[in-house]
Design a protein around this ligand. Structure first.
Ligand code: NCD
Length: 295
């Protein structure tokens, strides 16, 4: 069971934990439960939704927020990320860290000495995105198992896709499919996840055959590419072959892979998905700060 003291990886979250977080998220209301508490938002990579929805969540719970961005900080004088984290942790009760490197969250958590939430670490994981994605699927489709879910795009570097694939694999009967450019297939470390793979050229035929409930796409992660190439577009032509009851998700930002012509289609839920981030992050902050005050 999740210890509720840190959220560094989705490996900490069982199916039951995820269900509990989703259920609490749907019941979250503005309150004063985090009055007097300070969240440090420590972002070493760009962010709009993750940072601002954590901020909104903390405000809705009566708490306050300090934000670190490298621009204008002592990082411009050469201060290390480790020193920055150590100092900011001494100013706050809980911190969200977004890192450009993968796999250092445990180290950061040990040096911070306060509860740490992984706000995305390189191409590795993005656990809070996955929890809001799972919340969205539950809200839109009504269940989290026995689903056919197709992942489209940069399977190599998308941390949002890596993390939700791991989480969906913990539920029963889910069938996962991937559609990617040749150079951007799932990385070695993800190969234990059972998924049927296709290339972008096969997208239409594959979608016609699969008839998925969920289509989850993400932009090509340009800032992480090491010479690889790839592009794709979801437009009305693709929507025509998808079931009327399916949903099209994307963690956003979009960068050319989602035509704006699909925005008015009720199956396109990416903006609702982004909005769900506040409730889910409220649930996480309140669960973790409650546990911290009891230990
Ligand atoms: C994602 C991320 O940062 O990994 N964004 C987000 O948090 N909503 C997706 C992306 O940047 O493509």
């Amino acid at each position: 069971m999740w210890d509720r003291l840190s959220l560094l990886s989705v490996d900490q979250i069982s199916r039951e934990d995820a269900e509990e977080i989703i259920s609490l998220s749907s019941r979250m209301k503005a309150s004063d439960s985090c009055r007097g508490k300070i969240l440090a938002n420590i972002f070493f990579e760009p962010s709009t939704r993750t940072e601002k929805s954590f901020q909104s969540a903390m405000y809705r719970l009566g708490g306050q927020v300090i934000t670190h961005r490298d621009i204008g900080s002592s990082r411009e004088k050469g201060e290390t990320k480790d020193d920055t984290i150590r100092v900011l942790a001494s100013y706050a009760d809980i911190a969200v860290i977004r890192d450009d490197e993968k796999g250092r969250m445990k180290e950061y958590s040990d040096m911070a000495g306060i509860p740490i939430i992984n706000g995305g670490d390189g191409s590795n994981e993005h656990p809070t995105q996955t929890l809001l994605d799972m919340f969205t699927i539950k809200d839109e489709i009504g269940r989290l198992d026995n689903l056919k879910v197709v992942f489209i795009g940069d399977l190599k570097y998308s941390r949002s896709i890596h993390t939700i694939m791991k989480m969906l694999s913990k539920f029963s009967g889910n069938k996962l499919y991937t559609i990617s450019p040749h150079e951007l297939m799932l990385p070695e470390g993800m190969r234990e996840i059972q998924a049927e793979s296709y290339f972008i050229e096969q997208m239409k035929d594959a979608l016609k055959r699969i008839q998925p409930e969920v289509i989850y796409c993400n932009r090509i992660q340009k800032e992480r590419l090491q010479g690889e190439k790839g592009s794709y577009v979801i437009d009305n032509g693709i929507l025509q072959i998808l079931p009327g009851s399916s949903i099209i998700m994307n963690p956003l930002p979009r960068a050319g892979e989602l035509s704006i012509e699909i925005d008015s289609d009720k199956r396109f839920v990416a903006f609702k998905q982004a909005g769900n981030g506040v409730a889910v992050r409220m649930a996480l902050l309140s669960m973790m700060l409650k546990t911290q005050s009891e230990t």
